[in-house]
Design a protein. Structure first.
Length: 356
């Protein structure tokens, strides 16, 4: 047998050590230490919840939601109107939506699968009169006299409204409460686009408009119209917006909805104590100046409660005004889900608006 030289033996020994080391480093039976071998698997991505909202001063705070849901990615989509949002929700293009109480009631009347899970923002309505009328704030007797003067002169007293909106319903209810028949004493002109309300009153095409913020504030600050009343004394109060979803989302994604509603509640609590945050987000998404934004938000109220009794009052008003053909009170009242609000706030459904 040939004897190996000492240097050769040493070289072979070194190779064996290196091979052993490589074998240990690639041993799949042992986890790699941090920073060694392959990189650690990335954390699991947060689930995505698709949420829609209609563009308005009342709704733009929704854009702050993604910052308040750490374990959920809220993917927002803005729509031109509440009807568009509702269509997207029903067609399952989105998972949750901000709509009005009126949209909810209308949807229930059509047997659509819509479930309220949180309130959002209420208010935002203003009834404006043309400056030439000389009408003082909340002067209902003076208003009725003006209406009668128009009748005596063979002219209708015209009021611009976006038919089917919260502002339209609130105005009609307020008129009836003050002894004015919205169907016979005045002529309500349908102006679907709220932005056209200012033009209509500036041109004298209507004597009054029931409109939404910030359109109302813009009209007042421009000097073309004056504030007459906030129509919140009727049965529906200040109710405007809701957060809704579908029953399949509730069944399949309860944890995600809890996180989502938690974000909504945190956002509304924040806006309630810091209107500046609201003003900033409105200025970001609209061409409004700061003064207009501040004035408009004096007439808007963060509110995560779902006011069931007031919602039922809206049903009665909509039925009386022929917006809906059948009484859907039972469906509207029973379809509200307070589960997520209760989990997030620790409050009972009674404390969250069930009997309000």
């Amino acid at each position: 047998m040939k004897v190996l030289k000492r240097g050769t033996i040493a070289a072979l020994a070194l190779i064996m050590v290196l091979l052993a080391a490589c074998g240990n480093a690639t041993d799949s039976s042992k986890p790699a230490a941090a920073g060694e071998g392959d990189k650690a698997a990335p954390p699991k991505a947060n689930p995505i919840l698709k949420v829609g909202y209609a563009k308005s001063v009342m709704s733009y705070p929704m854009t702050l939601l993604p910052e308040l849901t750490d374990d959920l990615n809220v993917e927002l989509s803005s729509f031109a109107s509440g009807n568009d949002v509702l269509t997207a929700l029903v067609s399952k293009s989105i998972d949750a939506a901000q709509i009005t109480y009126l949209h909810y009631i209308t949807a229930v009347g059509k047997d659509l699968d819509i479930v309220p899970i949180s309130g959002q923002v209420n208010g935002g309505t203003d009834l404006l009169a043309h400056k030439s009328l000389g009408l003082e704030t909340d002067d209902w007797e003076g208003f009725k006299k003006i209406i009668q003067d128009f009748k005596n002169n063979g002219k209708p007293f015209r009021i611009g409204a976006s038919r089917g909106s919260a502002q339209d319903i609130q105005m009609r209810g307020e008129f009836k409460k003050n002894g004015i028949d919205p169907l016979t004493d005045v002529q309500i002109v349908n102006i679907p686009n709220f932005a056209d309300h200012i033009v209509a009153i500036e041109k004298g095409e209507v004597e009054m408009v029931t409109t939404v913020e910030p359109i109302a504030t813009q009209a007042r600050l421009s000097g073309q119209a004056v504030h007459f009343t906030y129509p919140y004394n009727q049965a529906a109060g200040k109710l405007t917006n809701l957060i809704v979803t579908r029953s399949d989302v509730i069944k399949d994604r309860p944890e995600d909805l809890t996180s989502f509603v938690g974000g909504v509640v945190a956002l509304l609590d924040k806006l309630d104590t810091d209107k500046e945050e609201w003003i900033n987000v409105v200025n970001k998404y609209t061409p409004l100046d700061e003064e207009t934004g501040k004035e408009a938000l004096k007439n808007a109220y963060p509110d995560y409660k779902i006011h069931r009794e007031s919602a039922l009052a809206i049903v009665a008003m909509m039925k009386e005004l022929n917006y809906i053909q059948s009484d859907v009170s039972e469906k509207v009242g029973n379809n509200i889900d307070y589960t997520f609000l209760s989990k997030v706030t620790g409050k009972t459904k009674e404390e969250l608006g069930y009997n309000d």
